[in-house]
Write a protein that binds this ligand. Structure first.
Ligand code: PLP
Length: 359
């Protein structure tokens, strides 16, 4: 029996997709072998890979002058790959610090050049996002990097920074595909797959074509975006199963009605959970209301001695993985696309029941 899974990642996947993958596992489309056992250069796999890219392009309305790359190394590898490709030797880039993931990106980029932290949520104890009028962007930055949704802190931009001619680079690991975005406002978008895209082992990069071919001479061949693009993300053997399964998720999202519909569902889910938190005496979420994440909702109990019984009761009711990140404690409910309204309703009902007993 499948239970409700609020894990931040690897996260819940749609049951319908897993059922289809299960049905195809031993014998993919009557070929007598699984998709994992096929050459990545076979006509069959190439067709699967191309369809996945096309479906993602359709879902996000990705303009033709952007390449879509299916790479390895997770989002963390992008923290190095971005400066190696976009920041010239001795160059600099602007970074916005809104939490743990932005800071990891800053730390890694600092190994390759000069990083200007142009804006920081530190002044707000990471409970609010500073407006762009509080940032100090530099005119000569190679790019501006930010994290639209901080998975651990639970802060999300509900606006897109305006950086003029300087390319905007976004770590969309935990918010991609949760609602529509205007891709043309970005130089580059990247996202680790294991939340809204598919299983881990894959990172999707959407890059404007004019940003490819700028890698510094010391950039490893495997990390050069231009090499990946020229080889249709098959310079070496790609993670074929993760790519295939991500393709099934993209089809599932299209069947749901695309990202406008997904946005409406996600909006209803986040409203239900934040309303329950705000209406209670026991639970709190500290984030500035306008900057609250739709996908990752951290909350605390008034007395942290109640954390253990809360988690135990949740598990008994089939509500899994609600423990907050070890660096912040408390609880966190990650409610990605594959987590249905019914899961949120069940969580809200349990929270009310627990509050009645312990409040
Ligand atoms: N960036 C964000 C916003 C994340 O949430 C995560 C993982 O949770 C990462 C980066 C790191 O991703 P990966 O484990 O794929 O390197």
């Amino acid at each position: 029996k499948r239970l409700f899974n609020f894990c931040a990642g690897p996260a819940a996947l749609p049951e319908a997709v897993l059922q289809r993958a299960q049905a195809e596992l031993l014998d993919w489309q009557g070929k007598g072998l699984s998709i994992m056992e096929m050459s990545h250069r076979s006509d069959e796999f190439v067709a699967v890979a191309q369809q996945a890219e096309q479906d993602l392009r359709d879902l996000m309305s990705i303009p033709d002058n952007y390449k879509v790359l299916f790479l390895q190394g997770g989002a963390s590898q992008q923290f190095a790959q971005i400066p190696l490709n976009l920041m010239p030797d001795g160059g600099s880039a602007d970074y916005i610090d809104t939490g743990i993931w932005s800071r990891k990106a800053i730390e890694e980029a600092s190994r390759y050049g000069s990083v200007n932290v142009a804006g920081s949520a530190k002044n707000y104890d990471y409970f609010a996002i500073p407006g762009q009028n509080e940032w100090q962007l530099s005119a000569d930055a190679a790019y501006v990097h930010y994290c639209p949704n901080e998975t651990i802190g639970g802060l999300e931009f509900n606006w897109v920074p305006q950086t003029g001619e300087v390319p905007l680079v976004a770590d969309m690991s935990s918010s991609i595909l949760s609602r529509p975005v205007d891709v043309s406002q970005f130089g580059m978008i990247y996202a680790g797959a294991q939340k809204n895209i598919g299983p881990s082992g894959l990172v999707v990069v959407i890059a404007r074509e004019d940003l490819l071919g700028r890698a510094r001479a010391s950039c490893p061949t495997m990390l050069d975006y231009a090499v990946a693009a020229k080889n249709d993300s098959m310079y070496n053997t790609p993670p074929t199963f993760a790519w295939y399964l991500s393709g099934l998720i993209f089809q599932w999202l299209k069947e749901q009605g695309g990202l406008e519909v997904v946005k409406r569902v996600n909006d209803a889910k986040q409203k239900a959970l934040y309303s329950a938190i705000d209406a209670s005496e026991l639970y709190t979420n500290p984030i500035n209301v306008a900057d609250r994440s739709w996908m990752n909702i951290p909350f605390r109990l008034a007395d942290d001695r109640l954390d253990k019984p809360f988690l135990a009761g949740a598990e008994e009711r089939g509500l899994l993985n609600l423990k907050g990140h070890r660096s912040v404690g408390g609880m966190r409910a990650s409610i990605y696309n594959a987590v249905p309204q019914a899961a949120v309703d069940a969580l809200v009902a349990y929270m009310a029941e627990f509050e009645k007993q312990h409040g």
